[in-house]
Design a binder for this molecule. Structure first.
Ligand code: EPZ
Length: 435
């Protein structure tokens, strides 16, 4: 049996909440440990999440010894390179594991990684990953659902690569190509590289491991290949998506609360959009922000998701939850994952008035949401349902809560500490939808 979250809405939150380390940084950083020829790579501030556990299992399969030190530190050392196959059973649980492809290929000359497949937010193609690695000289074929990649004579060679796709830059395709280029012979220039903070975090670790990457934080990365890399130590950046989620929670509940471990530089577009809604984020001290509203009403806005530094798609669902109870009609357009709207149906079950026009959600604000049993699905859609439950009248039950555990560390403990009524209980119904 699974578990569900039971939320009694209508409470104001108060107090301080700590943002954990970034899931979307820790996952590629863990993959980068495959590149070290000697020494340990120590990662600090790693969040304790299902996705992290999945990535650890994949890396252990691939010969990396990972020991957990104090709560959020992992010490990783490559013990053997006997297996270079990332199994379907694990990769199918988390598509981000595709980011072991580049380091495996560059370090071992061979990699076999299950195609991650799609998920509720879209098809999730990997053509840019393949393009980047092929440009470095890799031979890549699709073999019964697995990507099989080989480096001729065991080495890759530097190249100039444009990695922008029809939807703009790709975070993990940039990560894969960047990691592979570090051990390629010669110079690589990646144009159209993703500039997300998580990609920058990876580039900084790689340089600490002995790589030579220039242009970090820009859409053009220049990498001069080196013969080998060694272990290093890095502290994972705070999770900007979790920080943004708590900012929306404070805004929706009209709470006066402090959020710790926030890098405001990573959240410019979100802070700007919240101000348009009438919610202000102010830095009280280094890394600590206070969120407050200037009026009882939240204002309707238009928002379009874009690659960084644009408004992040991973905080789109959370904003829609807030706009569901704002005054007026908002339009939210997805330019990154046009199908990422599975939360709309569940929000409408709670009394929201939202309809979908292609890649846009038209959100007509309502006075109140009503608690209801809802189904978690996409990680961020599930967070949006938690936010809606915090302000809804009555009880909201969120089934299949494992989706939330993939990306939010101790979500109910953090919310409870802020005064929310959130409990995790066994889900006897399993939350299966009726036919
Ligand atoms: C990363 O996924 C994040 N995951 C996602 O967060 C995030 O939503 C996404 O970046 C966009 O910011 C991790 O970092 C682990 P993309 P990624 O490649 O790299 C298209 C979460 O909730 N595309 O940047 O897989 C793609 O279809 C997760 O934490 C291609 O066309 O996303 C999309 O439209 C969900 N071809 C756009 O690019 C490719 O080969 C951006 O996707 C690859 C991607």
């Amino acid at each position: 049996m699974g578990e569900k979250l039971v939320i009694e809405g209508g409470r104001k939150l108060s107090g301080r909440v700590q943002v954990s380390g970034s899931k979307n940084s820790a996952l590629p950083l863990l993959a980068a440990t495959l590149l070290a020829s000697e020494g340990k790579t120590v990662l600090k501030n790693v969040p304790d999440l299902r996705d992290i556990q999945t990535q650890i299992a994949i890396l252990r399969d691939l010969g990396v010894n990972i020991e957990k030190r104090e709560p959020s530190t992992l010490a990783c050392r490559v013990e053997h390179e006997r297996s270079s196959c990332a199994r379907y059973e694990l990769v199918s649980q988390m598509r981000a594991s595709i980011c072991v492809l580049g380091p495996l290929l560059a370090k071992r000359g061979y990699a076999k990684v299950s195609l991650p497949g799609g998920c509720v937010i879209g098809l999730r193609p990997v053509d840019l990953h393949v393009k980047g690695l092929r440009a470095l000289g890799a031979e890549i074929d699709l073999d019964h659902g697995y990507l099989v990649a080989r480096a001729p004579k065991g080495r890759l060679r530097g190249a100039r690569i444009f990695l922008g796709g029809s939807m703009g830059s790709s975070v993990l395709a940039t990560a894969n190509t960047l990691m592979a280029a570090c051990l390629a012979d010669g110079k690589t220039i990646i144009e159209g590289a993703a500039c997300e903070p998580e990609v920058n975090d990876l580039a900084h670790l790689l340089n600490r491991m002995g790589a030579t990457i220039e242009g970090i934080g820009t859409p053009q990365l220049t990498i001069t290949g080196v013969p080998e890399l060694h272990g290093a130590t890095a502290t994972v950046i705070p999770d900007r998506i979790e920080a943004g989620t708590f900012m929306v929670a404070a805004a929706m509940t009209g709470s006066d609360m402090l959020i710790e471990n926030v890098v405001l530089d990573h959240l410019g577009a979100v802070v700007d959009k919240l101000a348009e809604v009438g919610v202000y984020v102010r830095e009280e001290e280094e890394g600590v922000v206070r969120v407050h509203r200037d009026s009882p009403d939240l204002r309707a806005v238009h928002m379009t998701t874009l690659p960084y530094p644009g408004y992040p798609t991973d905080i789109q669902a959370q904003l829609v939850s807030m706009l569901a109870v704002a005054k007026g009609i908002s339009v939210v357009t997805e330019k990154v994952f046009p199908d990422r709207f599975i939360h709309l149906a569940e929000l409408n079950r709670m009394g929201a008035d939202i309809h979908k026009e292609g890649a846009s959600a038209i959100v007509r604000g309502v006075e109140k949401l009503a608690g209801a049993p809802v189904m978690a699905s996409d990680l961020r859609a599930s967070a949006a349902l938690v936010l809606a439950g915090l302000v809804a009248e009555g009880t909201t039950e969120i089934h299949r809560v494992y989706h939330i555990d993939r990306g939010y560390e101790k979500i109910e403990a953090k919310l409870k500490a802020l005064g929310a009524s959130v409990t995790r209980v066994e889900d006897k119904t399993g939350g299966a939808p009726c036919d």
